[in-house]
Write a protein that binds this ligand. Structure first.
Ligand code: ADP
Ligand code: MG
Length: 685
């Protein structure tokens, strides 16, 4: 078996299971073995009931007391069982598992493992797993991987398929030259793949992970370096003079630029006028006003008679930018003639747009990535702005250069990273920083609370809506393939509709919706026709609805702080007081401590570094990360030292052998040719 082998050839995977795997975007054995565990479970020695701390997952050895009580509530069957040990008692609740009534015998001893919660004065476990003594002992010896799942596909099924695939997989020969293996202390690719899925112990896991993280960073940096070579010192083919229109707009615009925006605008202007092609990153916290800086650059561009393009990572965001531009154009008579280009447009609409772009009738093109790839021919493309999460990579650049363009490039990012890391990760870009928020902003008021606060939160939302404001609710994440993400969001919004006053318009948004539906919902939310938007994290980046003042996040404990900060950044974007409610289902100290960082700071940079301090080596998984570096496993903060190692290795390698032509680098060259041919998605390449 190799990377291309279809997963149906793995023993135990039939057509039906294959379909389920496809839902997880797993089509080949290569996809499967790179479906790394979401986190791991360690089965500890069972403890006493009295020592089972609420909010933590525990195992207890206990005896069933009396007959289990089965009742029905509408379509749900609920089974309650009391269990005891020498230290005390506890209630177990099982949903839709009526057969357990005859399985759990009064007086029988079992090991129950699950999340401990409090109800009234007592402890409860909902849906604990049940083990016999021997089964549990068997599990205790290993670290168990837990995978991202979908409905119908259990963790056990995934583990089984993974074991099969790892047994028959043809592992690639070592491709790094030996000095890299030695100086960076890397284990083999085979050991790493086996070790990440089924580690013998914590140490094996860390070693496996290190190799995979290194691989990921190394690949990224090697390509980045190539990018840098391509863009270094390209002549400025499109010099731009300051124009009267830009000067006038700066005076007329609805607010004055912050000092930081002004400084960055100066840096961009100098590039646009200067001898070399611009290749610049603008880093600025959420809400710092990056769009305005982009708009000014694009204005300068069109006023100099060229075309500009603005790319966004999602259609929703592209449409939002398009509307912002239209709005400014109308209000301030700006000479923009924008064209929108997104996937959900009809073929006819697209053809029209292509025509306008080719003829120059449109001087500003706004869209998703497609706008520089498709059948688009520009008349005079001179500036490409990419917003949030879209590193403008080597492939796009090559494509444009191939078409005869070497436009200026401006990349906007809200990912807060320390300068030392930024230099490595954005090695091919000049860096500008907007380190100040507009002065009219009131600091967001935050609270971190448990689920019992929900009714109050809903009341609060209703009150804000009655004052004319709007709210976002970020849905709980989906656990263990219970529900599809989409169903989950729909379900939640139905429940919310039932508790909010009927005149409040609630709508939902999730990744599986058709782009045109998403656009419509966002448009209606933007126009205030919808007041409460229930969503997954699809709204995380870029969305700007200044009238929204409440952000409520369910399951906040499962997000990385950087991501929570991004989500929070959707509110507090206007002059109204804004609020952020983080609901946590875990109340243990570490979770609270971590979330508390957000409570006390609205500064993305500070949050990222505090987060880093709190996360120890045992906490490498289980927290979703985000940001434009969509590494599958590496975390730029946590793995900063590996990142530096990889950067040094790439620098030395290319310093000694820039074309990878030497004999000892032959396997590495072949490796990269191979992964490039597989179309491996590095996203940012
Ligand atoms: P981000 O940096 O997150 O992309 P935006 O560019 O969307 O932020 O700006 C957020 C909001 O702040 C927008 O509504 C924008 O109009 C407003 N804004 C931008 N610059 C300023 C400023 N200098 N003073 C006041 N408001 C501003
Ligand atoms: Mg933005």
């Amino acid at each position: 078996m190799n990377d291309q082998t279809p997963i149906i050839q793995v023993k135990g995977i039939g057509e039906k299971t294959q379909k389920l795997f496809q839902k997880l975007d797993i089509h080949t054995v290569g996809d499967l073995i790179r479906h790394y565990p979401r986190d791991y479970e360690v089965f500890e020695e069972p403890g006493m009931i009295s020592g089972a701390a609420p909010g933590t997952v525990c195992a207890v050895r206990a005896c069933v007391v009396g007959i289990p009580n089965l009742k029905r509530v509408r379509s749900l069957s609920i089974l309650n069982v009391t269990v005891r040990d020498a230290s005390g008692g506890m209630l177990l609740t099982f949903y839709n598992m009526p057969f357990l009534k005859s399985v759990l015998k009064s007086g029988g001893f079992y090991i129950f493992r699950g999340l401990v919660q409090t109800r009234g004065n007592g402890r409860v476990m909902e849906q604990p797993r049940i083990f016999s003594e021997t089964d549990y002992a068997g599990q205790m010896s290993a670290i168990q991987p837990r995978y991202g799942l979908t409905k119908g596909l259990t963790n056990q099924m995934l583990q089984k398929a993974m074991k099969q695939a790892l047994t028959f997989y043809e592992y690639e020969e070592e491709y790094y030259p030996s000095w890299i293996i030695e100086s960076c202390q890397l284990e083999s690719g085979k050991d790493a793949l086996c070790g990440i899925h089924f580690p013998a112990d914590q140490e094996a896991l860390l070693k496996a992970r290190k190799r995979l993280v290194f691989d990921e960073f190394f690949t990224f940096l090697l390509v980045l370096q190539k990018n840098k070579d391509i863009s270094r010192n390209l002549p400025n083919e499109y010099p731009m003079k300051p124009t009267e229109e830009t000067r006038r707009f700066l005076e007329a615009m609805p607010f004055s630029l912050t000092k930081a925006q002004f400084k960055v605008w100066g840096e961009i202007r100098a590039d646009l006028e200067g001898p070399f092609c611009m290749n610049r990153l603008v880093q600025g916290d959420v809400g710092s006003g990056k769009t305005m800086v982009a708009l000014l650059s694009l204005l300068e561009c069109v006023c100099n008679g060229y075309q500009g393009a603005m790319m966004a990572p999602t259609e929703v965001l592209a449409v939002q930018h398009y509307e912002t531009v239209q709005d400014y154009r109308e209000r301030y008579g700006l000479p923009f003639r924008p064209a929108l280009l997104v996937g959900s447009m009809t073929a006819k609409e697209k053809r029209e747009a292509y025509g306008q772009i080719e003829s120059g009738e449109a001087n500003l093109v706004i869209g998703t990535h497609a706008l520089i790839q498709d059948k688009v021919t520009f008349r005079s493309l001179a500036l490409v702005v990419t917003d949030e999460q879209h590193r403008f990579g080597v492939r796009q650049r090559e494509r444009l250069v191939g078409k005869g363009y070497t436009p200026h490039v401006l990349v906007m990012s809200a990912t807060p990273i320390p300068r030392t890391l930024a230099i490595i990760l954005y090695g091919d870009l000049q860096i500008s920083v907007i380190d100040e928020l507009p002065a009219d902003r009131l600091p967001i008021k935050n609270c971190v609370v448990n689920t019992s606060y929900r009714p109050k939160a809903y009341e609060f939302i209703a009150k804000q809506v009655s004052m004319g404001r709007q709210a976002y609710v970020i849905c709980p994440m989906v656990e263990e393939g219970e529900l599809e993400e989409a169903e989950n969001v729909v379900d939640y919004s139905e429940k919310l509709k039932a508790v909010l006053p009927p005149w409040i318009q609630v709508a939902c948004l999730h990744g599986k919706m058709r782009p045109s539906d998403k656009n419509r919902i966002m448009e209606e939310f933007g126009a205030g026709k919808i007041q409460v938007l229930v969503s997954t994290t699809v709204i995380e980046v870029g969305i700007n609805v200044p009238n929204a003042t409440v952000m409520m996040v369910e399951n906040a404990e499962r997000f990385g702080l950087a991501q929570l900060h991004q989500l929070r950044g959707r509110v507090g974007r206007g002059s109204h007081q804004s609020y952020c409610i983080f609901i946590s289902t875990k109340e243990n100290r570490e979770t609270m401590e971590r979330l508390d960082i957000l409570n006390h700071s609205n500064d993305g940079f500070h949050i990222a570094s505090e987060d880093l301090k709190l996360r120890g080596p045992g906490d490498l998984f289980g927290i979703r990360q985000s940001g434009e570096f969509a590494f599958r496993i590496g975390d730029i903060y946590n793995d900063a030292s590996v990142l530096k190692q990889a950067a040094d290795a790439v620098a030395r390698l290319l310093g000694e052998d820039p074309e990878l032509a030497r004999q000892e680098n032959e396997p590495l060259r072949r490796h990269f040719e191979r992964i490039a041919a597989d179309g491996v998605d590095f996203r940012s390449i």
